[in-house]
Design a protein around this ligand. Structure first.
Ligand SMILES: C[S@@+](CC[C@H](N)C(=O)[O-])C[C@H]1O[C@@H](n2cnc3c(N)ncnc32)[C@H](O)[C@@H]1O
Length: 201
């Protein structure tokens, strides 16, 4: 069991443990999700962000997706409507979502060995490995979010280091504006919010 955003979640062995640093993303996402709105939490893991959205905006429809069956069943147990699949592949919800969230794997492959020993031992590589610059899956999340979001809808993704700069061209060319990174109290980058541009396909 783990505490996230003031609620207790079940986390099965071998599933990524939701981190306190992600609560800021969950809070921002909840503030952008209108009553009766629709949200998709890609890479939902144990469903922490999705569960937060469901609690904060009880009239919203929220779906979590994960490629790992153990994670998806954990999210289900935490009350989240869940699908198993690769990013948004199981969904037919084009251009109707208000919010897409994703804490996708974003650790560069070469830095996986720097993760704490217990993380390397207990959490699956698929939860962390983001490829050469850490952004392989995050770039795919951006494309998937552009498909899911209505014009004016918001994407919120967790990143670190200086990945905001590396991701900026992808966000711009995929169709996002109002790109807004945020940092924690220590000055470390924690995430990016971006709006799906209006007025274009
Ligand atoms: C860093 S964990 C985050 C989990 C959760 N969002 C959280 O904050 O607690 C990343 C999650 O992404 C999932 N994942 C990795 N590749 C995926 C893909 N192609 N499609 C869907 N989920 C994926 C992993 O199984 C893992 O549960």
């Amino acid at each position: 069991m783990v505490e996230f955003g003031g609620r207790t979640l079940h986390v099965a062995p071998g599933v990524y443990v939701p981190r306190a640093q992600t609560e800021a993303l969950a809070r921002r996402a909840a503030s952008l999700l209108p009553p009766h709105g629709r949200a998709v939490d890609l890479c939902t893991g144990a469903g922490a962000v999705a569960a937060h959205l469901m609690t904060e905006v009880p009239t919203a429809r929220v779906i979590g997706i994960d490629i790992d069956r153990r994670a998806a069943s954990c999210a289900s147990r935490n009350g989240v409507a869940t699908a198993v699949g690769d990013l948004a592949e199981p969904l037919r919800l084009d251009a109707v979502c208000d919010v897409v969230t994703a804490v996708a794997p974003y650790v560069p492959t070469g830095e996986l060995r720097l993760l704490p020993a217990d993380v390397q031992r207990h959490e699956p590589r698929v939860a962390h490995d983001g490829g050469a610059d850490g952004l392989d899956l995050v770039r795919r999340v951006v494309a998937a979010a552009r498909r899911l979001l209505r014009p004016g809808g918001w994407l919120l993704i967790e990143v670190g280091g200086d990945q905001d700069e590396a991701l900026a061209p992808t966000l711009a060319t995929t169709g996002f504006d109002r790109v807004t990174p945020w940092w924690d109290e220590d000055g470390d980058l924690r995430g990016i919010a971006a709006r799906s541009r209006e007025g274009e396909p």
